[in-house]
Design a protein around this ligand. Structure first.
Ligand code: PGA
Length: 275
């Protein structure tokens, strides 16, 4: 079954509103004519509204980097699915490894280098996934192993647990319409992407787990991206893999030329496959 690849830029905590708007104006003409690929940009929350106005009705969809599961209430600092819908979001990243919690040793000093401190768990990821779906947002659910988990040979078990817990109680039809991003934590922001064949293998494991839990048709429709140091240099090799349906791109998505090259690679490969 042909799945349209999705290239999504995760800007993390980068770009002011002015920078974001100027990026959007620059990106649109570069990707407007590209077929067989979907494109999304996930700016910081402050830029969502302004970017939503620029991107409305265009080829490029808007996504948020996180959200809370309640619609409103006394949740200082949080943003709700209703708010994301209002500003034009289609996608929302959920459970990014930088948001999953692992506080480490009690004496660990927290700083910007030990940033896995925002406390998401498989359970909160599950609540956020359900809230996103209830509000017609497409979740991009991130899973992936830490380096010590890979070294211990636990990669497949870790992603299986994250998938099962994160998608618990979601219907097969809803799973088919969402996006999963396989992001090995050791590959994020390190310049050391996962070997393409190994990424393809783990994504195959994810698809098998989804197939067992939600049925083969669902598993074949579900899009599973790769994320972790994807760049214009390795995109072609990664995106050529049969199981990889696009990329969640961090660092390389901050530069409009580099991001466009990745989108172009996805479009060319998708055409090759379908022709
Ligand atoms: P990176 O980030 O491309 O900078 O490694 C990817 C991500 O964290 O989604």
């Amino acid at each position: 079954m042909a799945r349209t690849p999705l290239i999504a830029g995760n800007w993390k905590m980068n770009k002011t509103v002015a920078e974001a708007v100027s990026f959007a104006h620059d990106l649109l003409p570069r990707v407007e004519g590209l077929n067989k690929v979907e494109v999304a940009v996930c700016p910081p929350a402050t830029a969502l509204h302004a970017m939503g106005e620029v991107l409305a009705g265009s080829k490029v969809a808007l996504g948020a980097q996180d959200m809370f599961w309640a619609e409103q209430g006394a949740f200082t600092g949080m943003i709700s699915p209703l708010m994301l819908k209002e500003v034009g979001c289609k996608y929302v990243i959920i459970g990014h490894s930088e948001r999953r919690g692992r506080f480490g040793k009690p004496d660990e000093t927290l700083n910007s280098e030990t940033a896995r401190v925002f406390g998401d768990t498989d359970a909160s990821v599950n609540l956020k996934v359900k809230a996103a779906l209830a509000h017609d947002l497409v979740p991009i659910v991130c899973v992936g192993e830490m380096l010590d988990e890979r070294d211990a040979g636990n990669t497949d078990a870790v992603v299986e647990k994250q998938i099962k817990a994160g998608l618990e109680g979601v219907s097969p039809e809803q799973v088919a319409g969402m996006v999963i991003a396989y992001e090995p934590v050791w590959a994020i922001g390190t310049g050391r992407a996962c070997d393409a064949e190994e990424a393809n293998r783990v994504i195959g494991v994810i698809r098998r787990v989804v197939g067992e839990a939600f049925g083969q048709e669902t598993a074949q429709r579900l899009r599973i991206q790769y994320g972790g140091s994807m760049s214009e240099k390795n995109a072609h090799e990664l995106l050529s893999q049969p199981e990889i349906d696009g990329g969640l791109v961090g660092g390389a998505s901050l530069d409009v030329s580099r991001f466009t090259l990745i989108v172009q690679a996805a479009s060319v490969i998708a055409k090759e496959v379908s022709s």
